[in-house]
Design a protein around this ligand. Structure first.
Ligand code: FBP
Length: 565
């Protein structure tokens, strides 16, 4: 048996280890970096009332300046003491996490070969339980340029209660750690800001730095072009959508409904639409803005299906974002009521046996309109809205099969149209959910270079004694040499939002902007895509070959950073 053929790693795995991430020029030599703070402090983009509250909450860390990193230092290593840094991966996996850690590790070693990097295991709970491992050169080398978060594991425990924040201080100080680097999304970075404030106000020397991670693309603002992981995940999905479109075009017998991950925001769906030109792509933010009901939405899709049938086309590709259901006005109201009822009556609800009893009880507590909406949803979806909650009580949108709901209602609508002689086609479908397929893919060259640069930036910020900062690498649509690394105070990205009925300071989530170039371009083209089958086939991620193929940034990032700013 030729067992050697399948022994060990795949050829790509082996070659990928040899890839040397490219970094912006101001990050090339850590010894040369000098931190240059802006002369003015960074104010968050909120009204004066919100600023007053933020100043009160973040007494020590509010109003710090942006820190620029200049490569014009002296190169002297005299006062470079070894650093003992720690790192934690928080939340959903995103391609590039291992490269952030490799970037931190290499930069620490270039500060001093005696520097150490401690990784907390299994996400933020690893800090609370003091579960950790020291990352050696061998461990790091085994994970360079690979997907996944398996070097340490990740988790969704939130460090926000005062006792958890105090416990973190205790663990970090007990372990003599100089800095904690939190790799996470908007919530984890919000908690990083709270921890930074706590440590500073208690006179602790430990620094906290956040790194922007999430495939969802909703952690971006005038400083952050995009979080790491978005590029790879959306490229994986776009490849698969292109393949499905080709199948649909060849067999001409199915409508493919493809639900895409991305939580509330539709950035992934929009990027995938720009990459592949589907017949229909639903953008939740637009539907919410137009206050489209489920019935109207189904009719809009149905009209396209009917027009295509008139052209002899009974097939197509329809993309929908996983958060869609939460944006439809009647479902949004229903969810708000459900959250309220569940919060108020959760102890009693937990004593009820099974879904039927629970839903009957809760239904009585809803308003007439919401009760009507709830009862009209398929049982599976009712169950998911009631029972599949994450540890924080949020609906787990990735578990809700919205496409099922739309397909069921579409079949009814098309049946009615057929009975009235307005539809002569045949409707057969396939359902897909693309999410977990993309979160741990081997990072693209873009994500590898970007993530590694973010890791190096974190160390440059530790050297600058920056506490409560996010690592930022800007100008991502340009060549790597023109990328620019800097540190931005986390409080400068905050606003107040209502959480569980209370106003809370949080890092502002970015939804798809209906005035932004990516959406406007999509809106301009979509009528043509609906009927003409102008599919685009991005193909598989290329790790080698011409830069025009292998180094491309996401289309939406190119559009936003070159035109919108
Ligand atoms: P983060 O916001 O933590 O980066 O997670 C992103 C995400 O992949 C979402 O797109 C998705 O809704 C969610 O995680 C799924 O969560 P889980 O991994 O717990 O199933």
């Amino acid at each position: 048996m030729p067992a050697d053929l399948i022994k060990g790693m795949s050829p790509l795995q082996k070659f990928r280890f040899q890839y040397k991430p490219r970094v912006p020029s101001n990050l090339k030599d850590i010894a040369l970096i000098t931190a240059v703070p802006d002369v003015t402090s960074l104010e968050p983009d909120v009204d004066s009332t919100q600023k007053t509250v933020l100043k009160e909450v973040f007494k020590k860390t509010y109003g710090k300046p942006v820190i620029h990193l200049s490569a014009k230092g002296s190169g002297s290593k005299q006062d470079r003491k070894p650093i003992r840094a720690s790192v934690v991966l928080s939340g959903g996996q995103a391609p590039g996490g291992h490269d952030v850690i490799a970037g931190i590790f290499d930069a620490l070693r270039s500060v001093s070969p005696s520097s150490e990097l401690i990784g907390f295991l299994g996400g933020p709970s690893g800090i609370l339980n003091d579960q950790k491992k020291t990352l050696s050169e061998d461990i790091i080398n085994a994970y360079r340029n690979t997907g996944g978060f398996d070097i340490l594991g990740s988790g969704r425990t939130k460090i926000e209660k005062p006792e958890d924040i105090a416990r973190c201080q205790e663990i970090l100080e007990k372990n003599k750690i100089d800095a904690l680097i939190i790799i996470g999304g908007d919530d984890s970075n919000t908690n990083a800001a709270m921890l930074a404030e706590h440590l500073n106000s208690r006179g602790s020397p430990v620094l906290v730095i956040g790194v922007p991670k999430t495939i969802d693309g909703d952690l971006k603002n005038k400083f952050v072009d995009i979080s790491f992981g978005f590029d790879t995940a959306s490229k994986v999905y776009s490849e698969l959508i292109g393949n499905i479109a080709k199948d649909s075009l060849s067999a001409k017998k199915y409508y493919h409904f493809i639900r895409l991950m991305g939580r509330a925001a539709s950035h992934i769906t929009l990027e995938a639409a720009l990459q592949t030109h589907p017949n229909v792509a639903l953008i939740s933010e637009e539907l919410a803005h137009r206050k489209v009901t489920i019935r109207e939405l189904v009719e809009d899709i149905g009209k396209i299906v009917i027009k295509r049938a008139d052209l002899g086309k009974n097939f197509g590709v329809i993309l929908l974002p996983e958060g869609l259901i939460e944006f439809l006005p009647e479902v949004k109201t229903l969810l708000q009521e459900l959250n309220h009822v569940l919060a108020e009556h959760h102890e009693y609800v937990n004593t009820l046996r099974g879904f039927t009893e629970q839903s009957e009880y809760i239904n009585q507590k809803l308003s007439r309109d919401s009760s009507y909406t709830f009862s009209g949803l398929p049982i599976d979806i009712q169950r998911q809205l009631l029972m599949d909650r994450d540890p924080h009580g949020n609906v787990q949108v990735s578990q809700i099969e919205t496409e099922k709901l739309i397909i069921e209602m579409l079949e009814t609508y098309l049946g009615e149209q057929k009975a009235e002689g307005r539809y002569k086609g045949k409707f057969a479908y396939q359902r897909h959910f693309l999410g977990y397929e993309g979160r741990c893919a081997a990072p693209t060259n873009f994500d590898t270079d970007y993530s590694y640069s973010l890791g190096r930036t974190a160390v440059a910020l530790i050297l600058a004694k920056a506490n409560g900062y996010m690592t930022v690498v800007k100008n991502l649509a340009k060549n790597r040499d023109q990328w620019e690394a800097l540190g931005v105070p986390l409080t400068g990205m905050m606003n107040l939002e209502s959480r569980h009925g209370k106003q809370k300071p949080v890092i502002k989530k970015s939804l798809v902007s209906l005035d932004g170039s990516p959406f406007l371009l999509f809106a301009h083209e979509r009528e043509k895509w609906a009927l003409e089958d102008d599919f685009r086939f991005p193909g598989a991620i290329q790790y080698f070959g011409p830069p025009e193929v292998s180094d491309l940034p996401p289309i939406s990032v190119t559009l936003e950073t070159t035109e919108d700013r």
